[in-house]
Design a protein. Structure first.
Length: 223
């Protein structure tokens, strides 16, 4: 390893601040979008499964529309389209909202499937011992549904991280765009793409490990 001028390690060290800032933007946008998608997705999933007919219909419409719109189009609409109605959203937050809204539909559909996979006898048994609907949902259905939704949730989280690369189209300097800006300066295209790839692999590996840990945590829930 040498840090003489013109070598990859020298250029990587020189670009460290820009790359770290881009990495921070990627992590922040990913985590905020994942939290938004998880919370809103569970709410929409509950509406799909147990909501009144009109609430369930609205939730179904939202899920179908969001799953049918390309993510890039949704990002562009959130940033440029809302501005036509006088709603000016900063590029970073427009990206977070677009990613979160897109992933919410997938989390909701996965959650609906997980809830409906819990045997009906579980709900009936909980009802028989006098639990209210909220108690049945909180203590019986949701813990078992969480165990089933974790694998697809991890996949959605990984897709969100990869989806942050599209935020550069609205000017958000995330990890990939930060690396590309450095490539324009030093022309080390292959080297910096490999470095960027390695950083994305580290992020996604950490998320996958977190999902595995949560899955083991909930593995004691059997029926």
């Amino acid at each position: 390893m040498t840090f003489t001028p013109g070598t990859f390690w020298f250029e990587a060290w020189a670009a460290r601040e820009a790359l770290l800032v881009g990495l921070g933007v990627t992590l922040a946008s990913s985590m905020l979008s994942i939290v938004m998608a998880t919370v809103c997705g569970i709410a929409v999933g509950v509406a799909l499964s147990y909501g009144w007919w009109w609430l369930s219909g609205l939730a179904r419409l939202y899920v179908d529309v969001m799953r049918g719109i390309p993510l890039l189009v949704l990002i562009l609409f959130t940033y440029y389209g809302l501005a036509l109605f006088g709603i000016n959203v900063p590029a970073f937050w427009a990206g977070v909202v677009a990613l979160g809204a897109f992933a919410t539909a997938h989390v909701a559909e996965n959650f609906r499937g997980a809830v409906q996979s819990v045997p009906a006898g579980q709900m009936e048994a909980a009802k028989a011992i006098g639990l209210t609907f909220r108690q049945r949902l909180a203590y019986v259905i949701l813990p078992q549904a969480f165990r089933r939704i974790l694998p697809p949730w991890v996949n959605t989280a990984l897709e969100i991280v990869k989806g942050t690369t599209l935020l550069s189209i609205i000017g958000v300097i995330e990890l990939l765009l930060a690396a590309q800006q450095q490539m324009a300066r030093n022309y080390m295209i292959v080297d910096f793409y490999l470095l960027t790839l390695a950083l994305y692999l580290v992020i996604n590996f950490a998320l996958a490990q977190l999902g595995g840990m949560l899955e083991r945590r909930f593995s004691y829930l059997r029926y």
